[in-house]
Design a protein around this ligand. Structure first.
Ligand code: GLU
Ligand code: MG
Length: 441
C-alpha cells in the first residue's frame, strides 16, 4: 500500500503540473454502458487509499437506466469502493484537462466484489497462467458518425462509398484528430478505415494482455466519443444503427502464447486448437455475453460479415470464428477473431468468458471440426447461432461452465439484465429497438 500511495502522490503531482482538473474513474456495467465517478486531481491519492463509493445496484442497471434486480444483487442497500488502476491512468487527449483510470470494485471490508467484471477478467487470465498459457487480445472498434438531430433522422456527415477514399477526404480533419488523440495517449493504433455502413469507421489497436485489451476498448471508445463530439458530430456505438443495415461489431482477436511462442502461428498447435474448440463449443452461450442486447440480433444476420454461424474458417468472414494464419513477413501475427460480438458487450466479461471457454477446451483436449470455406449460409440452418437474445440467454443460463467461471452473483446479475432488456423491447419493431439503443453505448 505504501508504494501505491507514493505512486499516487507522484501521479497527482504530474497531473497537477499538466493542469489536469479531475480523474474519471470508470467501469462498464452489465448492460455494456460505461459508468463513471470522478474525483478532483488532488483526491487521487485518497481514491487509491480508500476507494470511491458506488452502489452495487449498478450491476443490475439496464440500458435505458431502469433498474432490475437479481438473487444476490439489487435494491438500495450497500455500497462498494472503486479503486483506480494507476497502471492504466491516462491523460485524456479528447477531453481537455481530464485524466481517466479504470477501476476494480471491492466491498467496504476490502474484499473483491464478486460481480466485479474487471477482476473476473483478471481471474480468468490468471487461470490461463496456471496452465503456462498467455493470451494476447485486441478489440476492434466500429462506430457510425451522424450529425446531431432532434427528430431521430440519421444524417451522415459523409456520403462517400464503403471503404471509400472519399470518406477520408470528407472527414480528414476529424479522422486525423481521432488518430492524434489515440496516439498521444500511448495507444498503438494499427489501422483506421471507413467501414461498410453509411458513416461507419473502424479503428484497430495492437494486441495486449486481456485486461489491458478490455481497458483499451473503453479508452478507444471514449476517445472517439470525445473527438466526435468536439467536431459537432454524434458517435453511435450501438450494434444496430439502422435496423436492417450492417451494424457495428466489436470483434475480439485472440492469440495464445507459451514460452514466448505464438501457438496460433506456423499451423495451429494442439493447445491452440483445443482452446479455440472450447470457444467454438460455447459460442451459443458466449453470444449472450458478446451480443447482449436485443439490438445485437438485428445486426446478427447472415452475409453481413457479422459471423452468425457456429463454425470456424481460415480467413472466412462469415464464420463466427475466423482464423487468421499470419502472413509471410509476420507469421507471429496469427490469431483467431471472434466476429459475432458487438459494442453492447462488456469487454471484461467478453475476455473473461472466452478465456474460461477456451481453457475448458484445453483441459478436455477438444479438437476443432473441419474448417468451413465460403458463406455458411449455403450449409443451411444447422450451424446458425442463436437468432434472438431469448435463445442465447437460454444457452447462457444452461452453461455451468460460465456459471462456475463467473460465480453466482455476477452470473445471475448479468442474466437478470438480459431478461430485463428482453422485457424492455418485447414486441417493439426493429426500427424502435435500433433507435433506442444505438446512442446508449
Ligand atoms: N460491421 C461488421 C459487423 O457487424 C463487420 C465488418 C468487418 O468484417 O469488419 O461485425
Ligand atoms: Mg470491421
Amino acid at each position: 500500500m505504501a508504494a501505491a500511495l507514493e505512486r499516487a502522490r507522484l501521479e497527482t503531482a504530474r497531473l497537477t503540473a499538466e493542469g489536469i482538473r479531475g480523474v474519471a474513474l470508470s467501469w462498464v456495467d452489465n448492460a455494456g454502458v460505461g459508468r463513471v465517478k470522478t474525483v478532483p486531481t488532488a483526491r487521487l491519492v485518497e481514491a487509491v487509499r480508500a476507494g470511491v463509493g458506488m452502489s452495487p445496484v449498478f450491476d443490475v442497471f439496464v440500458v435505458d437506466d431502469s433498474i432490475t434486480t437479481s438473487p444476490h444483487i439489487g435494491g438500495p442497500d450497500g455500497d462498494l469502493r472503486l479503486f483506480p488502476d494507476l497502471d492504466a491512468l491516462t491523460v485524456l487527449a479528447g477531453q481537455p484537462d481530464w485524466a481517466w483510470a479504470p477501476v476494480d470494485r471491492y466491498d467496504q471490508r476490502g474484499v473483491p466484489h464478486p460481480a466485479c467484471q474487471r477482476q473476473f477478467a483478471r481471474r480468468m487470465t490468471a487461470r490461463a497462467g496456471e496452465r503456462d498459457l498467455t493470451l494476447k487480445a485486441g478489440f476492434e472498434t466500429e462506430w457510425v458518425v451522424v450529425r446531431p438531430s432532434d427528430d431521430g433522422e440519421l444524417v451522415y456527415p459523409t456520403r462517400g462509398p464503403a471503404y471509400g477514399m472519399a470518406r477520408l477526404a470528407e472527414l480528414a480533419g476529424y479522422l486525423g484528430d481521432v488518430l492524434d488523440a489515440l496516439v498521444v495517449q500511448g495507444v498503438e493504433v494499427l489501422q483506421l478505415h471507413p467501414e461498410y455502413a453509411p458513416g461507419q469507421f473502424e479503428v484497430s489497436v495492437a494486441p495486449a494482455d486481456p485486461v489491458r485489451a478490455a481497458d483499451l476498448s473503453v479508452l478507444v471508445r471514449e476517445t472517439i466519443r470525445s473527438v466526435t463530439l468536439a467536431h459537432g458530430f454524434t458517435p453511435l456505438f450501438g450494434p444496430a444503427v439502422e435496423a436492417d443495415g450492417v451494424g457495428n461489431g466489436s470483434h475480439l482477436h485472440l492469440s495464445l502464447w507459451q514460452d514466448g511462442r505464438n501457438l496460433c502461428a506456423d499451423g495451429m498447435s494442439p493447445l491452440a486448437e483445443a482452446f479455440l474448440a472450447g470457444v467454438l463449443r460455447e459460442l451459443p452461450a458466449l453470444l449472450a455475453v458478446g451480443a447482449p442486447s436485443p439490438a445485437s440480433y438485428l445486426r446478427l444476420q447472415p452475409s453481413r460479415w457479422a459471423g452468425v454461424y457456429q463454425c470456424w474458417g481460415v480467413e472466412n468472414r462469415e464464420a463466427a470464428l475466423r482464423f487468421v494464419p499470419g502472413w509471410h513477413e509476420d507469421p507471429g501475427a496469427a490469431n483467431a477473431e471472434v466476429k459475432c460480438f458487438d459494442p453492447a458487450a462488456n469487454p471484461y466479461l467478453v475476455v473473461g468468458s472466452v478465456i474460461a471457454a477456451g481453457l475448458a477446451g484445453v483441459d478436455e483436449g477438444l479438437r476443432l471440426p473441419e474448417p468451413v470455406a465460403g458463406d455458411p449460409v449455403h450449409e443451411g440452418k444447422e450451424l446458425r447461432l442463436p437468432e434472438s437474445l431469448d435463445e442465447s440467454l437460454a444457452a447462457f443460463a444452461a452453461s455451468t461452465l460460465l456459471r462456475d467461471a463467473m460465480g453466482a452473483p455476477l452470473f445471475e446479475a448479468f442474466a437478470a439484465v438480459r431478461r430485463a432488456e428482453i422485457d424492455l423491447f418485447r414486441g417493439q419493431d426493429p426500427g424502435r429497438i435500433a433507435a433506442a439503443t444505438r446512442g446508449r453505448y
